[in-house]
Design a protein around this ligand. Sequence first.
Ligand code: FES
Length: 160
Amino acid sequence: MNQIDVSFKLNGQWVQVSVQPGTLLIDLLRDDLGLTGAKAGCREGECGACTVLLDGEPVNSCLVPAIKVSGRDVVTIEGLASETAGLDPIQESFMLEGASQRVFCTPAMILNARALLNRLPDPDESEIKLALSGVLCRCTGYRKIVQAVKTAAKMRGSRP
Ligand code: FES
């Protein structure tokens, strides 16, 4: 089958790749580009483990054809920290609050939290729970995760 060239911004850098028409974004990221932070869970849009940010909004990358990201901005968990600024405040707060006990859902939780705080810098608990509701967590529950998002909001507020 003919490959299609796709160029898009990935974690701040433009990349160009050739993909099969049916390739999904989750597979492009994990298999071709070596970014394994987004997890392949249900592959049906149910668990949220495959979350990435597409133009700043969380999406299930298992439902997004890779060709649909052409010209757009994709951020994975690998792109959240920067060499100059260090960890994102949400990554720091997840460690502080002990909210990152499970590797499988944590990247998706953090990306959903980042999108929320970009939109609402000081969300209340119900807004946090709603923003995280698309990601299933079967281990620790959401209490520490919600607290981590609150802490991140405060940390961000204390920065210049
Ligand atoms: S793997 Fe995409 S939602 Fe479950």
